[in-house]
Ligand binder design. Structure first.
Ligand code: C2E
Ligand code: CA
Ligand code: CA
Length: 525
């Protein structure tokens, strides 16, 4: 697009809507990216917690294997008096890995211990989970040091192995990013700080994984301290967060530029309408048999003060999108009326003036007023007004639109379907919009003499319109051969550079005089 100049906006031009749109553009990449980052990091931490708990379970299983082995070894000693076996038990306790003490229990009483020797200490069987394992906060010798007890049982007798909680506590603390790992036996848990607590106390950790040992009745719970996820994301993904913020910034910047541009374009187009910079050029429509000029199509140009003459394809789409096509066309219709009024005397009766109308304007009730104003500027039957339905997007045939077309036709205004055969302008449109004429698109005309397909489509359009009693204007005639071809096939009107290029009114007028009925035709202007 040629028309692309930009201007700086003052502060007051930033409306609340503009600011909201820019803020949305800023936050969208961040709001989309962060949940993904959170989800992915949560998964990573969960996997880590899982592997940490597996590792602890394996180690505790090893420790308990040792305890099981030493208690089973000591089993034959149960029935012997304490004085006979205590030394052996002490040797076994010292040589077995992780085991700190051994004791013999008979009927819920410790009868012999490697710490206290021959003794009578009551034991509460209920403390043992699955009759095998118990966690205690400490014993008389070291009241603050947690102990894990393993019991080998045979009837009412059993051997008890005391395992120093320190080994377990080290394990619980040995993992990267300090997953909060605890060992759970029955309703007690041994935590990383070395304390034994009741399980009902709960935990403040998040991302919890609970895994149990296949060999022994304990489980391990692993989680992360609250805030660990945030810390992890900040430490590992800071560059990604910075990237998201940069993306947000870029998207906000681009959105701001686009919004400001659109607003600038709107302001500039409004100014151009006020300053009458949109001017009509005229291209002749001729009879195919005599080549007399019987009408003209109005083709708009923007006479821009800085960019020069701008062609419609550079600004019509924007004018349509912004709705400014309505005031632009209305002003154009007034201007065409003024220019042709001065030529009225030279015009033959029924001279066609054809104006391109976008669908938004066709549906606008102001259009009919503009048309009435236009026709009121000429004496009766002097001018035949034609509206070319020019549309890039599909047009919805709403009842209001169809009613408006009906009213226009009642007022003697002709409806032509522009660019017939391409895009959306097709047979359905013919039925819906009750057109009087078809304009065959230039692309089919270029194919005459070379392209079989175009020729066939062209022939079908001609046949169809003849059956429906519609007249045809063929656009884009550039050669004598094309003009003759179409005339031979019954196309009534022709338009194209071969006859006349779009011209301003003064040039158009001087050429027109030579091509009206009764004048000797000249071509190729
Ligand atoms: P259109 O209605 O199909 O107009 C015909 C276009 O083909 C014009 O381009 C014209 O200059 C060009 N043309 C005519 N004969 C020949 C030829 O023999 N050879 C070649 N190569 N081209 C030829 P222009 O003036 O650039 O207009 C482009 C389009 O802009 C028009 O296509 C029409 O759709 C739209 N337009 C122009 N003025 C207005 C207007 O006031 N309102 C609306 N809504 N659309 C307009
Ligand atoms: Ca047209
Ligand atoms: Ca066309």
């Amino acid at each position: 697009m040629i028309w692309h100049r930009q201007f700086k906006l003052g502060k007051s031009n930033y409306t609340a809507r503009h600011i909201i749109v820019v803020l949305l553009a800023f936050f969208t990449p961040i709001l989309l990216g962060l949940p993904i980052l959170y989800w992915q990091s949560g998964n990573t931490l969960q996997e880590r917690a899982q592997s940490a708990s597996r590792a602890v379970i394996e180690h505790v299983d090893d420790i308990l294997d040792n305890a099981r082995k030493v208690t089973e070894d000591a089993a034959p000693l149960i029935e012997k008096p304490c004085s006979e076996i205590v030394e052996t038990l002490r040797i076994k306790a010292t040589t077995a890995s992780f085991v700190r003490s051994l004791a013999v229990i008979k009927n819920d009483t410790i009868t012999c211990s490697t710490i206290y020797g021959d003794t009578r200490l009551p034991v509460t069987s209920a403390h043992f989970y699955d009759d095998r394992l118990a966690l205690i906060a400490g014993n008389r010798v070291s009241p603050d040091r947690a102990i894990l007890l393993y019991r080998w049982k045979n009837g009412t007798s059993s051997i008890l192995a005391g395992i120093d909680g320190l080994h377990i506590i080290q394990l619980l603390n040995s993992h990267e990013m300090t997953p909060a790992t605890t060992l759970i036996i029955g309703s007690y848990r041994l935590e990383q700080d070395g304390k034994v607590r009741n399980i009902s106390a709960g935990t403040s950790n998040s991302i919890l994984i609970r895994d149990r040992s296949d060999k022994y009745p304990f489980s391990v719970e692993t989680g992360f301290h609250s805030g660990a996820l945030r810390d992890y994301i900040l430490s590992r993904h800071l560059p990604l967060i910075i990237l998201l913020v940069i993306l947000g910034g870029l998207s906000a910047f681009a959105t701001n530029r686009m919004t400001v541009n659109a607003r600038n374009m709107t302001a500039e187009a409004k100014r151009a309408i006020r300053n009458h910079e949109f001017i009509p050029y005229y291209q002749a429509i001729v009879r195919s048999d005599t080549h007399e000029w019987v009408g003209a199509e109005v083709l708009t140009r923007w006479d821009h003060p800085l960019e020069g003459m701008i062609l419609p394809n550079s600004f019509i789409p924007f004018m349509e999108r912004s709705g400014l096509i309505i005031p632009m066309t209305a002003a154009l219709i007034r201007r065409v009326a003024e220019e042709f009024r001065l030529l009225e005397k030279q015009l033959p009766d029924g001279f066609h003036i054809s104006i391109n109308v976008s669908a938004v304007y066709l549906a606008d009730p102001e259009l009919i007023k503009s048309c009435h104003y236009f026709l009121s500027q000429f004496s009766q039957n002097k001018i035949r007004l034609m509206l070319e339905l020019t549309e890039r997007e599909a047009i919805e045939p709403t009842p209001e639109l169809l009613q408006q077309i009906h009213t226009l036709r009642q007022a003697g205004i002709l409806i032509a379907l522009d660019d017939f055969g391409v895009g959306h302008s097709n047979l359905n449109y013919l039925k819906e919009f009750q057109a009087d004429l078809l304009k065959i698109d230039r692309s089919f005309i270029t194919g005459i003499g070379s392209n079989d397909f175009s020729r066939h489509v062209l022939q079908s359009i001609i046949d169809l319109s003849q059956q429906l009693g519609l007249r045809i204007i063929a656009e884009g005639i550039e050669t004598r051969q094309q003009a003759d071809y179409l005339q031979e096939r019954g196309v009534q009107y022709l338009q194209g550079f071969y006859f006349s290029k779009p011209q301003p009114i003064t040039v158009f007028q001087s050429h027109m005089c030579q091509h009206l009925s009764g004048q000797k035709p000249k071509r190729g202007k």
